[in-house]
Design a protein around this ligand. Structure first.
Ligand code: DC
Length: 217
């Protein structure tokens, strides 16, 4: 069986890595997995079932239930993108047993008999696919990321408060990169792209160039 060419993409909240990853996958005809959707799925399950995720046993129960019902299309469900789910997802992602339950789904995705996969999250280059031939870490300052999120919401005609967005972003960054298990971190062999002064298209072109260089070498 052939193993796929793996493009591992990590980065903090609102770094634009999700949009970038799905565009790369579409361009190259690779399969795409948003691993944040798994943690969001656990959070949504817990909220739906009235489980208290500050209690580890209940968070684990939510993760087990999510795994039983998991389908890749979850990542397209807008109901996992609410503020309540985002907050809870960041909390459940800090629980080692929850992370352990979600490992197989992610590792198996990167081993299927397809040409290539783009897999995106926080620990892809460090834990999920440490042997990936291409690892990108997409970063930008908190202020720029908050500004982009603010603009996205405004463009959709939604309420947005820049200061509140920035504050939430700092809290989530702190939790995701400060936790003991698999914190947000660039792998030693990752290429770090600071996108603060780049347009989305520039980031895409640069990433495609890096991937092509590795694919053909
Ligand atoms: O990328 P996102 O915002 O959709 O991720 C939701 C939460 O899940 C976020 O707080 C970080 C966490 N996460 C993680 O810990 N590990 C991953 N591989 C992906 C996401």
């Amino acid at each position: 069986m052939n193993t796929p060419f793996v493009v591992a993409i990590d980065g903090p909240t609102a770094s634009g890595k999700g949009t970038l990853a799905s565009k790369i996958a579409a361009r190259l005809g690779f399969d795409y997995m948003d691993t944040g959707a798994l943690y969001r799925g656990v959070a949504k399950t817990a909220l739906d079932q009235g489980l208290d995720t500050t209690n580890e046993d209940e968070a684990i129960q939510a993760a087990q239930s999510m795994c039983q019902n998991y389908d890749l299309s979850l990542q397209d469900d807008p109901r996992i993108r609410t503020e309540a789910v985002s907050k809870c997802a960041s909390e459940v992602a800090a629980i080692p047993q929850v992370r352990a339950l979600l490992l197989a789904l992610q590792k198996d995705f990167a081993k299927r008999n397809v040409a290539g996969v783009v897999i995106e999250g926080r620990d892809i280059g460090t834990v999920i696919c440490p042997d990936a031939p291409v690892k990108l870490f997409i970063d930008a300052s908190a202020e720029i990321r908050a500004e982009r999120r603010y603009k996205q919401l405004k463009d959709k005609g939604l309420e947005a408060d820049y200061d509140a967005i920035l504050e939430q972003l700092h809290i989530r960054d702190g939790r995701d990169s400060g936790r003991k298990t698999a914190p947000t971190r660039a792998a030693e062999d990752a290429i770090i792209l600071d996108t603060s002064t780049m347009s989305a298209d520039e980031v895409l072109q640069k990433s495609l160039q890096i991937i092509t260089d590795h694919y053909t070498s």
